[in-house]
Ligand binder design. Structure first.
Ligand code: CO
Length: 186
């Protein structure tokens, strides 16, 4: 069976998967490595992409849809029909730059909350693509940031755990009806 991974970049009325939100325990479980990148994984990737585009996000990790696997989808240009999305299976960070930068982040699992987080600027990683082929990538700027954010999800870490300004954090969470107790500062 051949499962086509690429999907149309559009908002579906009924996205195939449900996105769990801050406070749901599935978000805190470390994800397991994918043993074989098969048709089942490609179907998951496809449904994750459809769900991500429907939610107007630029990244989604499998734990966010309740699947305990090291699978990530990303698209920093969701409005550009020409560019393909990026699929990361079993990603490993090989090196990070000494330079760090502060950028505002959001998360489909914490809707409405946008806060500044400090992370390394440049990363090099290895991973498998949707056909199981080994790949490497050097990422900078928004892509680097998005990959680091999504890889945190595979370890049960959420961006709010990394926010240094606790005052702003609590304020934003309460304003958006999330419990500050759901944060596990790292
Ligand atoms: Co997220």
């Amino acid at each position: 069976m051949t499962v086509q991974v690429l999907v149309e970049k559009k908002k579906l009325e009924k996205p195939p998967l449900t996105i769990y939100t801050l406070g749901d325990r599935v978000l805190r479980q470390p994800a397991k490595r994918v043993k074989s990148v098969d048709a089942e994984i490609r179907l998951l990737v496809r449904e994750m992409l459809q769900t991500m585009y429907s939610a107007e996000g630029i990244g989604l990790a499998a734990p966010q849809v309740g699947v305990n696997k090291q699978v990530i989808v990303l698209d920093c240009e969701p409005d550009n029909p020409e560019t393909p999305p990026l699929v990361l299976i079993n990603p490993t960070i090989k090196s990070t730059s000494g330079e760090v930068c502060i950028l505002q982040e959001g998360c489909l699992s914490i809707p409405g909350v946008y806060l500044e987080v400090k992370r390394p600027e440049v990363i090099e990683l290895s991973y498998r693509d949707e056909y199981g082929r080994p790949q490497t990538l050097k990422a900078t700027e928004l892509l680097s940031r998005a990959i680091q954010h999504e890889m945190d999800h595979l370890n049960g870490v959420l961006f709010v755990d990394r926010v240094e300004n606790k005052l702003a954090l609590n304020e934003e969470l309460v304003k958006n009806k999330f419990s500050p107790k759901a944060v596990k500062s790292v």
